[in-house]
Design a protein around this ligand. Structure first.
Ligand SMILES: [Zn+2]
Length: 78
């Protein structure tokens, strides 16, 4: 079974890319038994939705792609 660290890494990666089926399965198995990782992944998804909704709703805020990437890395890095 994956460690918590591996699960979080896969969870972060899963926000930007599609994981291989075995990675998704390993992650789901870990999340079934680990409340802390479930909560962490849930928060990551929430933050991603907030960032996307801010981008869509407020046209007065314009961030360059480089700025967005820096923010994403800060938020979603370990
Ligand atoms: Zn865990």
């Amino acid at each position: 079974m994956l460690s918590c660290k591996q699960t979080i890494e896969l969870g972060s990666k899963n926000l930007d890319t599609v994981l291989a089926w075995h990675q998704r399965l390993e992650m789901k198995l870990h999340l079934m038994v680990c409340h802390n990782c479930r909560r962490y992944i849930k928060h990551l998804r929430f933050l991603q939705k907030v960032i996307v909704s801010i981008d869509k709703q407020d046209s007065n805020i314009h961030l360059s792609e480089q700025a967005r990437e820096r923010i994403r890395k800060k938020i979603f890095s370990k």
